[in-house]
Design a protein around this ligand. Structure first.
Ligand SMILES: Cc1cc2nc3c(=O)[nH]c(=O)nc-3n(C[C@H](O)[C@H](O)[C@H](O)COP(=O)(O)O)c2cc1C
Length: 230
């Protein structure tokens, strides 16, 4: 919130209160975020209005505040926007219309079509590698991916805060075979196909993330370093 940043400079004490209120909220939202996969079978579009573009825009707005260290490579479309990520959005109608198109493709779309049938919206979040599609492992690319991951997580948190179920998928056929169909440039790589869901209707399978239950407390992956005092 821009006003919160301004207050911070004018009223340090009041700003600390704003920050601590926000902190409790963020802790709760981060813990509440969870993978849900809606899988209607057969893959026939669910009834419902879907999410309006205004609601999706409202999720993208805070997501766009994710940190990024390096500008998108100019040679790969970076002149369009400095951010290293790009978003290709489909509303509910677009998700439903994509099902028969994917079914016509040589590679089976698998469960993607079931999820498209349930989705209220789909956001395909890509990043722009320095070299284009055949990218190499480099510090620069690592930072593009990291920034795009931060953007996606912020998007998921914004959805969770609004009670919108969500799922970060690698995308299957959406990550490659469907690029031309969707008009996504070959110089981009998909980092996340973000499905946004309605409330799960009765009788529709809602699957959790496989690794959800394997989370461990920070003490299992954190090491405090005792630096000898010289
Ligand atoms: C980069 C990335 C890609 C993912 N791709 C898939 C996927 O293709 N299929 C899937 O079932 N889950 C996928 N997930 C979701 C994870 O399975 C899920 O986050 C994990 O099981 C932990 O569950 P939680 O999100 O509920 O905490 C992906 C998550 C990330 C961060």
């Amino acid at each position: 919130m821009p006003w919160a940043f301004e207050t911070r400079f004018l009223l340090p004490h009041a700003a600390a209160c704003v920050a601590s209120d926000a902190m409790g909220k963020i802790d709760d939202i981060a813990k509440a975020r969870r993978t849900v996969k809606l899988l209607p079978d057969p893959p026939e579009p669910l009834t419902g209005a879907g999410l309006s573009r205004e609601v999706v825009d409202a999720l993208l707005e805070p997501a766009g505040f994710a940190p990024f260290h390096r500008a998108a490579p100019a040679a790969r479309g970076g002149e369009g926007a400095v951010e290293p990520w790009r978003v290709h959005a489909l509303d509910k109608t677009g998700c439903a219309a994509l099902i028969p198109r994917l079914n016509e493709m040589p590679k089976s779309p698998g469960k993607v079509v079931n999820m498209l049938a349930a989705a209220d919206a789909l956001l395909l979040v890509t990043w722009l590698p320095e070299e284009g599609r055949d990218w190499t492992a480099s510090d620069l690319n690592m930072e593009h991916i990291a920034a795009t991951g931060a953007m996606i997580q912020t998007l998921l948190l914004a959805a969770t805060e609004r009670g919108i179920g969500n799922y970060w998928s690698s995308g299957g056929v959406l990550a490659d075979e469907a690029f031309d169909l969707l008009g996504i440039g070959r110089e981009e790589r998909l980092l996340g196909a973000i499905f946004l869901w309605p409330d799960a209707p009765e009788g529709v399978e809602a699957k959790p993330g496989k690794l959800r239950g394997q989370r461990r407390a920070p003490m299992h992956w954190t090491r405090w370093i005792e630096v000898p005092v010289s």
